[in-house]
Design a protein. Structure first.
Length: 429
């Protein structure tokens, strides 16, 4: 995956993090944990987005290529994937790293892609590779992160109040490596699109049963010029939002009373129109809001995004061979004859199979030999902090398959667990 979180020292492959002591002096333990979890969520959502964009859509064309890099459609898909659901409990370690798993139903992704991209042959969108990689109908991935340095109090407050599945702004999350020119370009593009969206929105408003604002404005140069001047005069509301999926967002707001006044002025330029000022005044009743707001989005040009310089794996020493390995375990369970219905039997069997697979993984992990010929089990018996981290590490085992057993008389679950994080946890603190 190419989407790696870079938030002043957040996530795998990010710049070296601040020392734990420095973080402790800047945040409370609860704030540091919350920031690390949020950073891991950002990393997970960005990784999930890259998986979807890289999925073949037709032939060798990927979803990202079909939508168009940096296009409105790609940004719409990215914004949709911000809603990826956090799965299970976040995993927080003693070294300040947190991990979060996120998922999105394949069916929902296919529906969203189909809404954004209609195949040229009129066929349906089928993301076969995505469906094959799904577990229980969902695409799931994990992200990791650390608490960033020097987060302003206002950002902390916003993050603390955001819902668990919400992906709030966390600048510079997602923007490390983007040049100043790239950031300015993304904001400029977002502002242009916000005004374009406002013009389209206003023209689409109904002034009667069939008449729209577009009918009053278009076709007469003076009327078009007056309308365009009004839209260009509208203020930007608040500061640009630099979202962690590398999308800049700008809001433009139109006061309804001002818009009605301008439309009345335009009406006087169109003596042939059958509209009346009274009908224009009724907009306030139709809309039931004093203001209209549109959002524009922009991304930096690819040429303005630089690779982020990565730090070596914690410890700096060459990795032992086992640290690059991924352990796997499969287990199955029979359907219970005591279950009230087949669905309950499947759930119970899947749960039992996962417990057995996890127990197998735990035995394999316990036997891993760390430095000085000390096994994981031996280290955990003497080190309470490592023992707690080990329990957290095991809870992050990824389910890569969960399906009926051959013959249909039970359920089988397969788990995978990369060992790099275990290596990092085993290093001297």
């Amino acid at each position: 995956m190419t989407a790696v979180l870079a938030l002043a020292g957040i996530g795998r492959g990010a710049p070296a993090p601040a020392p734990a002591a420095a973080l402790a002096s800047a945040y409370t333990p609860e704030q540091a944990r919350m920031l690390a979890i949020r950073a891991a969520q950002v990393d997970g959502v960005n990784r999930l987005t890259e998986i979807v964009l890289a999925t073949p859509l037709a032939g060798t064309t990927t979803v990202g290529q079909a939508l168009g890099p940096g296009s409105d459609k790609e940004m719409a898909l990215r914004v949709f994937l911000r809603s990826a659901r956090v799965v299970g409990e976040p995993r927080a370690y003693s070294d300040g790293v947190a991990e979060v798993s996120v998922e999105v139903p394949v069916e929902v992704v296919v529906h969203e892609v189909a809404a954004l991209h209609a195949p040229a042959d009129g066929g349906t969108v089928v993301l076969s590779d995505l469906a094959r990689a799904a577990v229980e109908g969902c695409i799931r991935t994990s992200g990791s992160g650390r608490a960033p340095r020097d987060v302003p109090p206002a950002v902390l407050k916003r993050l603390e109040s955001a819902g668990p599945d919400e992906l709030p702004e966390m600048f510079p999350a997602g923007w490390v490596g983007v040049t100043a020119t790239g950031r300015v370009g993304a904001i400029r593009e977002a502002r242009v699109r916000a005004y374009q969206a406002m013009a389209a929105h206003l023209k689409g408003l109904y002034l009667g049963s069939t008449e729209k604002v577009a009918g009053l404005v278009e076709g007469q140069p003076a009327a078009e010029a007056a309308f365009e001047a009004f839209v260009r005069s509208l203020p930007v509301q608040g500061d640009p939002r630099m979202m962690p999926d590398r999308i800049a967002e700008v809001d433009v707001v139109a006061d309804l009373a001002d818009m009605i006044r301008v439309l009345k002025d335009i009406l006087r330029l169109r003596p042939e129109s059958r509209l009346t000022e009274d009908r224009i005044d009724r907009l306030s009743i139709r809309l039931k809001t004093p203001q209209l707001l549109t959002t524009g989005r922009g991304m930096p040009p690819p040429a303005e995004v630089r690779p982020v310089e990565t730090a070596p794996v914690a410890g700096g020493a060459p990795l032992p061979d086992w640290a690059a390995e991924t352990l796997g375990a499969s287990a199955d369970a029979e359907f219970s004859s005591d279950a009230d219905d087949p669905q309950q039997a499947r759930v119970l069997a899947a749960r039992s199979a996962k417990v057995r697979a996890l127990a197998d993984l735990e035995r394999q992990v316990d036997a891993v030999t760390l430095a000085a010929n000390v096994t994981v089990r031996q280290r955990a018996a003497k080190d309470e902090v490592f023992q707690r981290d080990l329990k957290t590490f095991l809870s992050g085992a990824r389910t890569v398959a969960s399906a009926p057993r051959a013959g249909g008389k039970g359920w089988q679950v397969t788990l995978r667990l990369p060992l790099l994080r275990l290596y990092e946890l085993s290093l001297p603190r």
